[in-house]
Unconditional design. Structure first.
Length: 608
């Protein structure tokens, strides 16, 4: 455990402190005006500490710190370290790495619109994050219907191309820049319109398009005027759905939160030009025992650290920690003044209350759905106990599956369901080492044996034993799995084989299968478990296969050695990713240059 006497040497200056456990893993990151005073506050009597802090302190083995020149610098560094380490005891945006963004590839000729999961400093323009992926895709559909931009991955650094335009051109979903049917300036003007749309400035965009339509009509360019008219009509339909919530017509975000039993929902309303253009709910975890003002401050820091746009005003329903520091940080990020307002009365107060009510409604619906899912899972496990004649309810189910291609790159997956839901942190995968050729029986035996040997040897990652072991396959796979368990004196673990064809369940010592009712929750559960094991095995197998194929194919390209092969694999992920990449994209991969990129591009496109 950390020795508090060391704190005497800590400086009384702003900075960030990094707490680590006995394995050297970062478990908490915080910022402080005075590092010495802030860190010392953790080591007072446990009676005065919040529950979460009291449980964290005994796990602190070491504390490092980084001194900064100001509180704002400390805040920026804190955001970066939390995003990188995702510490166990920090308030975290749940699954924030999975939130999608809309990317406009301004870094290439004739930009495209993409959905991505990661923001890069690559010259592109990003919008998001979007917690509601469905709403984001609806926005993309609207954009593609109104604005005919390309969706292909072709390299348009030199146009026109020799090939014909694709179907999108003929159905008026693309203006075929590949054939030089539109100038780069005119195309970029459409891209600027899309950016205005995504910024929520639809009314400004409509006014701008109306001016252009009138000008085109004056110039007797009636065909282009008709295109602009159709775009205006489509945008006005979008505008009709948006509710006016602010009389001052300014851009603002409104943030409020609601607490559930074990989670918090932070709701953000995006108001642009006085209209509500979008709303997004975000789930926060690690909030137990934490004050509301700290939760709101943590959310604001994490959200705006990766948000594509910061408005001039942010309305918050209640007080937050470090308000002046966060305001200064946001002002620096935006490059102009940003104000955080906590309204006491009037229109803004009503708006904040409306957002808070939406956050509560979202949580109520989520918890109601969660309760229903729990009841279904409980019913499924109780049914399994009855149908399989188990002594205990199978709360923890482990499943194994094998994947290979004619015996090559043979792998096994081990997935875990607890309480009827996937427990992904316990998933494991194995490269089959002792079996040659396509022998699923021996492969299952090896995987099961390795998994349970690790448990017997005291490996923390394998310490929890299953209440039920599910093997994807029939009697043969089941037999070999049971042999592995017997050799380890673990034959008491209930084991079943689930045959693919008729969903029949086989158990050792019985010739006839157990047939679960077609509409039973028990059947749905074992199907989900089996399908997840299969998906996980297939994914791992494809990764290994693609890696092997990638190396063997790229070895035929002059100038592409081992370092460049690895760099291409890491950057683009697969052979298909490399095939589809443009020369510009290939040349940006670390270690590549223009000549090497052209060699790779020409190699694949000549073969095609």
């Amino acid at each position: 455990m950390f020795n508090p006497e060391r704190i005497a040497s800590f400086p009384e200056r702003p900075g960030v402190y990094i707490m680590k456990d006995k394995r050297g893993k970062v478990i908490y990151v915080g910022k402080a005006v005075s590092l010495k005073h802030r860190v010392r506050s953790y080591f007072q009597s446990s009676k005065n500490l919040p529950i979460k802090v009291a449980s964290m302190v005994p796990r602190i083995e070491d504390i490092e710190y980084i001194v900064t020149d100001s509180e704002v610098e400390a805040l920026i560094l804190e955001c970066n370290l939390i995003k990188f380490h995702r510490p166990k005891y920090n308030i975290l945006l749940r699954d924030d790495k999975q939130y999608p963004y809309i990317k406009i590839t301004l870094n290439e000729k004739f930009p495209r619109l993409l959905v991505v999961r990661r923001v890069k400093k690559d010259g592109a323009r990003y919008f998001g994050p979007y917690a509601n992926a469905g709403a984001m895709r609806e926005a993309i559909d609207v954009i593609r219907k109104i604005f005919p931009i390309r969706s292909c991955k072709k390299d348009l650094s030199q146009v026109p191309l020799k090939e014909r335009p694709c179907l999108n051109f003929h159905i008026k979903r693309c203006l075929a820049p590949c054939q030089a049917n539109i100038s780069e300036n005119d195309y970029n003007d459409i891209i600027r319109n899309i950016i205005m749309f995504l910024e929520g400035k639809q009314q400004t965009l409509i006014d701008r398009l109306r001016e252009k339509m009138e000008k085109a009509a004056e110039n007797l360019d009636f065909e282009w005027a008709a295109v602009l008219r159709n775009q205006i009509l489509a945008l006005e339909k979008v505008l009709e759905k948006q509710k006016i919530v602010s009389a001052d017509m300014s851009d603002k975000d409104v943030i409020a939160m609601a607490r559930g039993f074990d989670i918090v929902c932070a709701q953000v309303f995006f108001v642009r030009e006085g209209k509500l253009v979008e709303r997004e709910p975000f789930i926060l975890k690690n909030t137990e025992g934490v004050e509301r003002k700290e939760i709101l401050a943590s959310f604001i820091k994490q959200f705006y650290d990766s948000a594509s746009f910061i408005p001039r005003e942010i309305i918050v329903e209640e007080e937050i920690e470090d308000l002046p520091i966060i305001e200064e940080w946001l002002t620096q990020k935006k490059g102009s003044k940003v104000s955080i307002t906590i309204p006491r009365r009037g229109e803004k107060k009503k708006l904040a209350e409306m957002v808070a009510e939406n956050a509560r409604t979202f949580l109520d619906q989520r918890e109601s759905m969660k309760d229903r899912e729990k009841m279904k899972s409980q019913k499924a496990m109780e049914e399994l106990k009855t149908y399989l004649k188990l002594e205990d309810i199978p709360n923890r189910i482990e499943a194994f599956d094998i994947s290979n291609t004619k015996g090559t790159e043979s792998v096994a997956s081990m997935i875990v369901f607890e309480g009827g839901s996937p427990k992904k942190q316990d998933y494991r995968r194995f490269k089959i080492k002792t079996v040659e050729g396509p022998n699923d029986f021996e492969s299952i035996k090896e995987a099961v044996s390795r998994r349970f040997k690790r448990a017997i040897e005291g490996d923390e990652k394998f310490k929890d034993l299953p209440d039920l072991l599910l093997i994807d396959g029939g009697k043969g796979q089941l037999k070999y799995a049971r042999e592995a368990l017997r050799e380890l004196n673990l034959e008491y673990i209930p084991t079943i084989g689930l045959a693919k064809e008729f969903e029949h369940i086989f158990v050792e010592g019985k010739d006839d299968p157990i047939i679960l009712p077609r509409d039973s929750e028990a059947l749905y559960l074992v199907q989900r478990v089996r399908d997840e094991a299969h998906r996980f095995a297939i994914t791992f197998h494809r990764q290994l296969r693609d890696k092997r194929n990638l190396h063997s194919v790229l070895e035929d390209i002059p100038g592409i050695g081992k370092v460049r092969r690895l760099a291409l694999l890491n950057a683009l992920g697969s052979i298909d990713g490399i095939k589809e990449a443009s020369v510009d994209e290939l040349s940006k991969v670390p270690g590549m240059n223009r000549k090497a990129a052209e060699a790779v591009y020409n190699f694949f496109h000549k073969k095609i």
